[in-house]
Design a protein around this ligand. Structure first.
Ligand code: TYD
Ligand code: MG
Length: 467
């Protein structure tokens, strides 16, 4: 049988999908200019069936005895929490985040802390010289930790060295985009190099029981560029988030084969590195005592942790017929457009000749759908120039019909708010779906009056009547 001529292929650096010809836009993930040419692959021959010549595999019962998961603390309780209880030996973790957000700092601190317990921790930097890392360690007060540090980018060099000694408890590779496998062609950072390097490192981790952390830089829109193709290869995908101009950082797990994905760790970036924030519920409040139009407090939920967040809206009426601006920081722009449309259609409020600015305080990013009502309250308050009652909170999901829908864990949100001195709760009429199941009515939270808001027109009545 004649061998077909190897075909040129093009791989998307965003999602890893393969095309046979170059296109400006990836047909799978719709990103522009992300297709890059990859070395041709030798086509498979039809002669080589895979149905014979292999070794037999053995099957096991589902209830066969398994060793319990042992976890190792990173020395940072917030990191452990986001991991679901610590590092699992033999697991691979992808740590994503924008450049400069603090990934290297976090991992240097964790590695040093593990090294101080007497276990072996190795930190391989492909981005910085060892001198630079040492300087940072000194600034962080970690210089005395018996951490093993190297600057290297060749996966073969790294694995040859590691295989010659005892496997460490933790291996940090900073970053996977700088690693190079000489098994295949291409510059570091290309999809095929990132994939091949990660594959070798992960295999080593699995075989030797090493907890492996691969750092991966992400692009502005939050996707782990290049390393996104690694998400299915690793056990845990974490994302380190925050605004670089703000102090606070949130460590989230997006995928976790060994635990829940909704736990977060909260840190503050300070002069001496990242410090843990054990009680984050007050962080994202401005602490202002004067009532101010356009400001609403939302009890967000991060996993099982309530975090109170201030949402600020500013409305500027335009005289001219210029297209008004809508600018959002910390929330979804599409969701804001929807909410404005619902307020126009269901409550007769007009935002069309005004500029709308929405900001979530403290550099926090809201993803909780229950934020709708707080955003709506901030918008209506700003438009009417009526401050919301002091020490009040707002939560609930808004539907296109303008109804306020129940959300999960209303009771938890209200209890946290009450604990912090808030005394008026506004939310869905019937509280939260989760609470109905648990049988607790949200109105029953001690020290807090609860006002059910069935639909947005009622919100408008309350805000305008509030002054
Ligand atoms: P870094 O860990 O290098 O980020 P990444 O590895 O994600 O690119 O963090 C870089 C930023 O953190 C840098 O801009 C300065 C700041 N930083 C501090 O504010 N305090 C510190 O103690 C350290 C080490 C860094
Ligand atoms: Mg770094």
């Amino acid at each position: 049988m004649a061998m077909a001529k190897p075909k040129q292929r093009y791989v998307c650096t965003e999602c890893g999908s393969v095309a046979t010809r170059w296109q400006g836009q990836c047909t799978d993930c719709s990103q522009w200019n992300t297709l890059v040419e990859e070395a041709p692959q030798t086509p498979f021959s039809a002669k080589h069936h895979l149905s014979s010549g292999g070794r037999g595999i053995s099957f096991e019962a589902l209830d066969a005895p398994t060793a319990p998961l042992t976890r190792r603390s990173t020395g940072l309780a917030e990191f452990d929490r986001a991991l679901g209880g610590g590092l699992v030996p033999g697991s691979a973790i992808l740590m994503g985040g924008e450049p400069g957000i603090g990934k290297s700092t976090l991992l240097l601190q964790a590695a040093a802390s593990i090294a101080r317990t007497g276990a072996q921790a190795i930190y391989v930097s492909g981005e910085e010289a060892t001198g630079q890392v040492r300087l940072r360690a000194a600034r962080l007060g970690l210089a005395d930790a018996p951490l093993r540090l190297a600057a290297a980018t060749s996966v073969r060099d790294i694995l040859t060295t590691l295989n010659a000694g005892e496997p460490p408890a933790l291996l940090v590779i900073d970053s996977i985009q700088t690693m190079h496998s000489d098994n295949i062609e291409g510059a570091p950072g290309t999809v095929s190099q990132v994939r091949a390097s990660a594959f070798e490192l992960i295999r080593y981790a699995k075989e030797s029981g090493v907890a492996l952390v691969l750092v991966g830089h992400v692009t502005k829109d939050g996707s782990i560029a290049g390393p996104r193709v690694l998400e299915h290869m690793v056990d845990v995908v974490m994302s380190f988030e925050g605004e670089r101009s703000h102090q606070y950082r949130i460590l989230r797990s997006l995928k976790n084969r060994f635990g829940a994905v909704d736990e977060i760790g909260v840190f503050a970036m300070e002069g001496a590195g990242l410090t843990e924030v054990a009680n984050p519920s007050m962080l994202f409040l401005s602490g202002r005592e004067e009532p101010l139009a356009g400001s609403a407090v939302f009890p967000a939920l991060e996993g099982t942790r309530p975090v109170l967040v201030e949402v600020q809206a500013l409305i500027v009426r335009l005289q001219s017929g210029a297209t008004p601006r809508r600018a959002v920081v910390g929330w979804d722009g599409g969701r804001l457009a929807m909410l404005l449309a619902v307020l126009e259609a269901r409550c007769g409020l007009s935002f069309s000749s005004a500029e709308v600015y929405l900001n979530v305080a403290g550099g926090y990013r809201l993803t909780d759908p229950a934020a709708d009502l707080a955003v709506a309250a901030a918008l209506v308050s700003a438009l009417a120039d009526r401050p919301l009652p002091l020490r009040s909170i707002w939560f609930g999901e808004v539907s296109l019909s303008g109804e306020v829908r129940p959300v999960a864990h209303a009771g938890l949100r209200l209890r946290e708010a009450a604990k912090l001195g808030f005394d008026i709760g506004h939310g869905p009429e019937e509280g939260g779906a989760g609470d109905r199941r648990q049988g607790g009515a949200p109105a029953a939270v001690k020290g807090l009056r609860y006002h059910g808001i069935a639909a947005l027109p009622k919100l408008v009545d309350r805000v305008v009547g509030a002054a």
